[in-house]
Design a protein around this ligand. Sequence first.
Ligand code: AMP
Length: 193
Amino acid sequence: MRRLCVFLGSNPGLRPDYLAAARELGGALAREGIGLVYGGSSVGLMGALADAALAAGGEVIGIIPQRLVEKEVAHRGLADLRVVRSMHERKALMAELSDGFVALPGGAGTLEELFEVWTWAQLGNHTKPCAVMNVAGYYDGLLAFLDHAEAEAFMRPQHRRMLIEARDPAALFAALRAYEAPSVTKWIGRDER
Ligand code: AMP
């Protein structure tokens, strides 16, 4: 794993655990020699993650659409800040440069990014691991809902299992490295269940 793409909130969230987890992951990535790819912002959890990775001497690539350079306060301390034209270009480049994806706590933007790469994996468009870092139980409700979606036959068990769940960087890195994409990822249809 050369580079990990991290999706996370442009807000810091309520609990100090969220900021602490972002900082912990930033430091751990640098120590593992894994480069960070993220949305290029200096605010919220995004900024805390990048600052921690930079402080520990890690590689950080930020990718931000022109329109958000001011609004999300692009991180000016990055040696590699790529300003792109659109959200679509941002996500495509983040996906291309990374060997795996993880979502820390965040809002609609974080969820949208996670779900897109996970659905791309389900369709077999890529074979990279997708993970959720469940800091302080933030994603408990979402993970329970995904179990419900599987139980109600809107999601195949092997697709549900593709989404890695981890609580700390060590467990995350171990699971990402152990990941093997299912050989058949396409949704064939109801009769195939
Ligand atoms: P949030 O989790 O809402 O704080 O957003 C986290 C990051 O996701 C921010 O950098 C947002 O600009 C970004 N984001 C929001 N919507 C999208 C989208 N449709 N495509 C790509 N990134 C997005």
